[in-house]
Design a protein around this ligand. Structure first.
Ligand SMILES: [Zn+2]
Length: 293
């Protein structure tokens, strides 16, 4: 028996083999081994091993020649294609290509595995989606909310911060939802205000005790700060994060400013320059309480 025989699709794509459970959804029947399904899925383990007086065993007969196997109607939460991906994962994973599966296939496995309590399916889909180059941030955000993957919500929100809300497609807006869209809009505005203020209003320098000409020293600092080759350009042309700018300050020499004054001033700036990360962290923490199931 080849591995393909572990699963039969009613559309005739694989060889028919007698199985002891038939799963039915939207006119499609999947004939599968009961014990393998029970071993993999907490949901089916409960359904197929414990008698439930409120949920009598369905007596519908399979209509494709599988004679008297029990037919279990599947919940209609998922499409037939999603069920195919799910059952292929459970019964046929060894035959899959070694390449990373498509995002749509992985999402189908995650959704169904989460619902049917297939831990290995959730782990498999999460692992490959996180490594996937084509996993878009709005979809990652949606799935993170739906399946309580807080790290995904946080990572996706960070990525979405780079997309102005005005440039989001209607599809992406619908995926992330109203609450996240509003949080993104507010956070982007707050970060932009902070960066604008930081760029055009040079921080007041801290002078060394022996700095004899503080006015000249500050003029050097102010002029250098507002050059496109300085923090102003890093903030708005190169769009570096505050943390990245803070690192660049180590090697930055603002003209004829006193060296010790430069060091004291730059060291003190860490809090100002990393404030945007704090703004984002605070927004994500508040949003997670609203949107993660
Ligand atoms: Zn000085």
């Amino acid at each position: 028996m080849s591995r393909h025989d572990w699963l039969y699709f009613a559309d005739g794509t694989l060889t028919l083999q007698a199985r002891d459970v038939t799963l039915a959804v939207d006119g499609t029947l999947f004939n599968v081994y009961r014990h393998h399904l029970i071993a993999k899925s907490g949901f089916f383990s409960g359904m197929l091993t414990l008698p439930n007086p409120n949920q009598p065993t369905p007596t519908l007969k399979a209509s494709n020649g599988t004679s008297d196997s029990t037919v279990v109607p599947l919940p209609r939460n998922f499409t037939t294609v999603e069920y195919e991906k799910f059952l292929n994962f459970i019964f046929n994973i060894a035959s899959w290509s070694p390449d990373i599966p498509l995002v749509a296939d992985l999402c189908a496995i995650l959704k169904t595995s989460h619902f049917f309590a297939v831990e290995s399916g959730v782990e498999y889909a999460v692992h490959f989606l996180e490594a996937h180059a084509n996993f878009p941030a709005p979809l990652q955000f949606r799935m993170g909310c739906d399946y309580s993957l807080v790290d995904w919500v946080t990572a996706a929100f960070d990525d979405l911060m780079a997309i102005p809300v005005n440039d989001m497609t209607p599809e992406d807006e619908e995926l992330i939802g109203d609450k996240a869209f509003r949080a993104l809009a507010l956070t982007q505005a707050e970060v932009t205000d902070h960066r604008m203020s930081l760029a055009v209003c040079p921080p007041v320098p801290t002078h060394a005790t022996w700095c004899r000409n503080q006015e000249y020293c500050q003029t050097q600092w102010d002029n250098a700060w507002t050059l496109m080759a300085g923090p102003l350009g890093w903030l708005f042309k190169e769009e570096l994060s505050g943390a990245e700018i803070y690192k660049k300050l180590d090697l930055w020499v603002p003209a004829a400013m006193t060296g010790e004054c430069r060091f004291l001033t730059c060291t003190r700036l860490e809090l100002d320059l990393t404030k945007e990360e704090l703004i984002i962290d605070r927004a994500v923490a508040a949003l997670i309480k609203l949107v993660v199931v």
